[in-house]
Ligand binder design. Structure first.
Ligand code: GUN
Ligand code: ZN
Length: 435
């Protein structure tokens, strides 16, 4: 197969920028090129230099658009694709009224397969090339998502949700079946192609102590797997958790007691934290995940990014579809900027684009594979048009620096700004995926 040479502007990050003026954390090339071979990036640089070494590579000219590493979404619910934008309630009522009934349908393997196709297409249409996903409680839902991602050679981290109480029967497992199904899914998918498994106890309310004990056993048996759950999103949720786990010092202590915290643990939301919880998160190396569109939509609260950073904690950022309202990591940054503004904190554009690429990859300990345009990494690439709409084009007419252009893209951009998304070197937009 011949190589492919993408021509256009490109931006990639080497580390987190220390401030809005820190230009040394990234490389930006005006007339750049990315050479792809067999799903990997093999060279980047000035177009003239890379082209000179590229032989008969097929050239795709993306000028004047901007190429970056594909976006990474570190918290999203695959079985919630049909309940995005469901009116009127906060977390617990929203789960009972909308979420659990929708997730119940994912026991039907055919439905799960159909939704998995739509889900993956939506991700790549929005520039997202890696997602960390909650499936439903049903093993079939996880099989559907993993096989859809495998068909597309798409990197995925996912897990069957473990939940054995406080929800309708149709979305419950038992501590034993949750363990057994997770175990089978790990054997079937973890480390296969681009898939990784996340052990997924939904949250303290829907997992009995026996189930968290089983999750603990899975972590012990599979330390290479991720762990994902929810933490301190909503005041009623926190109060109910305290009733269910009266001996726990606080919400985090429930997960701590069952050995679920470590560098591969992702804690969705983590908004209303006590000082002890923040310190314990820092100590264990676990990662909170900021879900701004969801936190605003469900009225959950304001994520204290600066407070966590002051403790050396590195957080992910994510859509949290379907509590979240957009698949777009650009729109996630937009709302994230506003959540931080409300707390007199700030999110400058370089850090924002670092966060949805290399930053989230670092949270997943995957920056050697995704999140940058470094040679040797997987060719997951997004091509952005900062002038995608008339309003954006008008705004860009006054953008004088890269940071200014990026900031307007962060605030105004969505899937209309995604010109193309490459997954392991293959273009997804306009592709026929199932001939
Ligand atoms: N807490 C437990 N389950 C969920 C969920 O599906 N979405 C959100 N936003 N929070 C949760
Ligand atoms: Zn969630």
């Amino acid at each position: 197969m011949t190589d492919t040479l993408l021509r256009g502007r490109f931006l990639t990050f080497h580390r987190e920028p220390t401030g809005a003026e820190d230009a040394s954390a990234h490389t930006y090339v005006e007339d750049g090129a990315i050479l792809m071979r067999q799903g990997r990036i093999v060279a980047t640089g000035d177009y003239a230099d890379v082209a000179a070494t590229a032989g008969d590579a097929a050239v795709i000219d993306h000028r004047p658009h901007l190429m970056m590493a594909g976006f990474i979404d570190t918290h999203i619910h695959f079985p919630q694709v049909q309940i995005v934008a469901s009116w009127g309630s906060q977390l617990l009522d929203w789960l009972n009224g909308y979420t659990f009934p929708a997730e119940a349908e994912f026991g039907n393997a055919q439905h799960a397969r159909a939704m998995a196709g739509q889900f993956c297409t939506l991700l790549t249409d929005h520039g997202t090339t890696t997602a960390v996903a909650f499936c439903s409680v049903h093993k079939a839902s996880a099989d559907a998502l993993f096989s859809e991602a495998a068909d597309r050679n798409m990197r995925i981290i996912a897990g069957k949700t473990m939940m054995d109480r406080n929800a309708p029967d149709a979305v419950l497992d038992t501590s034993q079946s949750g363990y057994d199904d997770s175990k089978e899914l790990i054997a079937a998918w973890h480390g296969k192609g681009r898939a990784s498994y996340a052990i997924t106890p939904r949250f303290a309310i829907t997992s009995s102590p026996e189930q968290l004990q089983m999750a603990n056993a899975l972590v012990g048996e599979h330390p290479e797997c991720y762990v994902q759950t929810h933490l301190s999103e909503n005041h009623d949720e926190i109060a109910f958790t305290a009733e269910l786990y009266p001996d726990a010092r606080d919400y985090l202590d429930v997960y701590e007691t069952y050995g679920l915290l470590g560098k591969r643990t992702l804690l969705g939301h983590a908004i209303h934290l006590k000082q002890r919880e923040v310190e314990a998160i820092a100590q264990t190396g676990a990662h909170p995940v900021f879900c701004p569109t969801s936190n605003l939509f469900l009225g959950s609260g304001l994520f204290d990014d600066a407070g966590l950073r002051a403790h050396g904690i590195s957080s992910g950022i994510a859509t949290d579809i379907g509590g979240g309202t957009s698949y777009s990591m650009l729109q996630t940054l937009n709302e994230g900027y506003k959540v931080l503004q409300l707390q007199n904190q700030s999110l400058h554009a370089l850090r924002a684009f670092y966060w949805i690429t290399r930053g989230n990859a670092d949270v997943l300990s995957m920056a050697d594979r995704i999140g940058t345009l470094d040679p040797g990494t997987e060719a997951d690439i997004v091509v952005l048009d900062p002038r995608a709409t008339p309003a954006m084009a008008l705004r860009m007419g006054r953008a004088e620096t890269l940071a200014e252009e990026l900031f307007a893209l962060q605030i105004m951009g969505d899937d209309r700004a995604i010109v193309q998304t490459y997954v392991a070197g293959a273009p997804q937009k306009g592709a026929t995926l199932h001939p």
